[in-house]
Design a protein around this ligand. Structure first.
Ligand code: FAD
Length: 224
């Protein structure tokens, strides 16, 4: 079939063997206990569609490394106590919990979209995704930019140059709450409403101001 694109359907018609593989997904509530810390898939297992499981596992190795580094800095000279170690390790989960939850949910949602699980997924995949262009890349980049950084090493220079540079305070799972943002915007909305109202008032007051400018005298003729 020269010059003809090969569709998945063409391959599927010729299968000789296939298997359905169960994909686990889940995030444990407790990642550490005493001196023990569990990393990677053992505590946050996501489906592979977004290609993030391994990245998340690397991050969940970087986070305790940062915690241990901080602990050693704090306890310079004296060895850390059991309680300090315990606190330090549990801090690693606190650092990552929100971000990993967001990545895990995105990966798992993507799996359902790829599987065309719902009507919404079908519409999204067939009609919207082909039109999304660079936005898809932005969505993916949004997952990477807030990744855990080894704090005792300088960040790779190129990470800071891109159009969506590395930034620990941004990215998936770290977005501002929409409600909070709306609340902050309320005073601005109030000011806009006031401006519109004042401008309307200025229109109503025009005859009064006009008279003052023309005659340099103020005579109340009653506007309202
Ligand atoms: C099909 C597929 C595609 C993927 N594609 C990507 C991708 O593109 N990008 C990405 O980032 N991630 C991807 N992932 C996810 C990634 O492979 C995993 O998230 C990652 O390997 C998890 O690393 P881990 O070290 O936590 O666990 P694992 O890699 O599972 O390592 C755990 C190790 O512990 C060993 N072990 C288990 N029990 C014991 C025991 N009792 N004693 C001693 N050893 C034991 C196991 O044999 C294993 O070697 C994909 C996963 C799948 C299934």
């Amino acid at each position: 079939m020269p010059n003809r694109a090969v569709a998945f359907d063409d391959l599927w018609k010729k299968w000789t063997y296939f298997a359905l593989v169960p994909l686990e997904e889940g995030q444990f509530k407790v990642w550490t206990w005493g001196r023990f810390a569990c990393l990677g898939d053992s505590v946050h297992k996501m489906t592979p569609n977004a290609g993030q499981g391994g990245n998340a596992a690397i991050e969940s190795a970087a986070a305790p490394a940062n915690q241990i580094y901080l602990l050693l800095e704090e306890t310079k000279g004296a060895g850390p106590t059991y309680d300090q170690i315990k606190r330090s390790l549990s801090g690693f989960q606190a650092r990552l919990d929100q971000r990993i939850s967001a990545i895990l949910k995105t990966s798992n949602d993507l799996t359902r979209a790829h599987a065309l699980k719902s009507v919404a997924a079908r519409i999204m995949v067939q009609y919207f995704v082909p039109q999304m262009g660079d936005y898809l890349v932005d969505l993916l980049s949004d997952m990477y930019i807030g990744a855990e950084l080894l704090e005792f090493l300088p960040p790779p220079h190129r990470f800071l140059l891109a159009t969506m540079p590395f930034n620990l305070t941004q990215g998936l799972g770290k977005h501002e709450s929409r409600l909070r943002r709306a609340l902050w915007a309320l005073p601005l909305l109030a000011m806009s409403a006031l401006t519109v109202r004042t401008m309307t008032m200025a229109g109503l007051m025009y005859p009064v101001f006009h008279g003052i400018f023309e005659t340099s005298r103020f005579e109340w003729k009653g506007v309202f």
